[in-house]
Write a protein that binds this ligand. Structure first.
Ligand SMILES: NC(=O)c1ccc[n+]([C@@H]2O[C@H](COP(=O)([O-])OP(=O)(O)OC[C@H]3O[C@@H](n4cnc5c(N)ncnc54)[C@H](O)[C@@H]3O)[C@@H](O)[C@H]2O)c1
Length: 367
């Protein structure tokens, strides 16, 4: 059995554990500072085995020892944004939590693929990449699968067809500037634009962008977790079973789409080694501009994050390791990365974003 450790046994973490166990994908270790939550939820999930016919083992703890030699580490630890809380506060708190989780987990599972879920998603994924020192193809953010799932759901409902037949892809950052690709949405091969007017499809794209907030408005406290948990499990399955799924994930761009050294949602082929390659779609100029604008907003937040956590000027050392696009090796040791005096961070943004984008406010966080 594979082993998946989930750091953060809250709503998303526990739901992801449930999907992973029920599909017999892996044994699951839940880690949470609230040890009781990790232990109680894992024991509860373990007892679903005989009822739902799965044989995954689940355990919970607050210490990281039991995560050793994980095949996949999922980080969902953090806090969702609450009313009255500034983005800076969320960034700072979650940056501290994600830094600590990534640093502890990578020491015990240096060969794992890391899947980051904590918001602000793209920035936290970039932080985990910086902290772990792992090659970028093994540090991946989950957001595009969820956002695309939301878009697919709304298209299916509009046409009264099975959501299984709808394919759609949402690129860009996990926030207000995400980029649902209208032209690349289809129903069993039929372009969605031949079945729905562009104006209506645009409305569904806007609902997708606001999809997290819509759920928060109903829940009042907390944010979505069933679809996020299922999206994590889908990525975990693609990785463990080396499925080569073509999925939108937050990955480090290394020149694709005119973007460089920024984590942003792009189409990738996902398998056992993580990101096998970034797929470059022929985007038209407005799609490309929207993607670059979204990436520029993430870059702004990365700068804010690095300031907030007290890291100085970027000093990344990258070298291509093989022919795989998007694969870089970080040559500084983890110890050096964790040392604020000698920071190891993403290189200065070299994105060819439109100048206008730099005047945009940093991107709000989606749920
Ligand atoms: N990427 C996405 O698409 C997406 C979707 C939904 C939620 N999220 C984000 O995922 C995160 C978790 O959401 P949730 O609904 O599960 O929240 P939650 O509050 O239910 O769970 C978070 C858990 O993290 C734990 N935690 C906090 N600090 C920790 C630490 N230092 N070590 C270990 N555990 C720690 C908390 O005790 C809690 O159990 C949030 O940041 C949320 O915004 C992202």
């Amino acid at each position: 059995m594979f082993k998946v450790s989930i750091i953060g046994a809250g709503n998303v973490g526990a739901t992801a554990a449930q999907y992973i166990a029920m599909r017999n994908l892996a044994d699951v270790v839940l880690i949470d500072i609230n040890e009781g939550a990790a232990m109680g939820k894992s024991l509860d999930l373990l007892q679903t085995g005989p009822v739902t016919s799965h044989c995954a083992h689940l355990s919970g703890a607050s210490g990281y020892e039991s995560t050793a030699n994980s095949d996949v580490v999922v980080i969902t630890a953090g806090i969702p944004r609450k009313e009255g809380m500034s983005r800076d506060q969320l960034l700072k708190i979650n940056a501290q939590i994600v830094s600590s989780a990534a640093e502890q987990a990578v020491k015990l599972s240096p060969d794992a693929v890391f899947v980051i879920v904590t918001n602000p998603l793209d920035v936290m994924t970039q932080l985990a990449y910086q902290i772990t020192g792992l090659p970028s193809q093994r540090v991946i953010g989950m957001a595009g699968v969820l956002d695309s799932g939301r878009f697919q759901t709304f298209i299916a409902a509009e046409l009264a067809v099975s959501p299984v037949d709808v394919k759609a892809m949402v690129l860009g950052g996990h926030g207000d500037l995400m980029v649902p690709l209208l032209r690349h949405s289809s129903v069993n091969g039929i372009p969605a634009l031949e079945l729905i007017s562009e104006a209506r499809l645009q409305e569904l794209a806007v609902r997708t962008r606001d999809g997290g907030a819509e759920i928060v408005s109903y829940l009042k406290s907390g944010s979505a977790y069933y679809a996020p948990g299922a999206s994590v499990a889908l990525m975990v399955e693609a990785i463990l079973q080396d499925q080569n799924r073509l999925l939108p994930c937050s990955v480090l761009a290394t020149g694709q789409y005119g973007l460089n050294n920024v984590y942003v949602g792009l189409p990738v082929v996902l398998g056992r080694s993580g990101v096998k390659r970034i797929v470059e779609l022929p985007l038209n100029s407005s799609e490309l501009q929207a993607l670059q604008k979204s990436a520029a907003a993430i870059e702004k937040n990365v700068v804010v994050m690095n300031d907030l956590i007290g890291w100085g000027k970027p000093a990344i050392v990258e070298a291509a390791v093989d022919e795989l696009p998007g694969v870089v090796v970080v040559t500084a040791p983890v110890a050096a990365i964790a040392e604020p005096a000698e920071p190891h961070q993403a290189a200065e943004p070299s994105v060819s974003a439109p100048e206008a984008a730099s005047a945009e406010p940093a991107e709000p966080v989606a749920k």
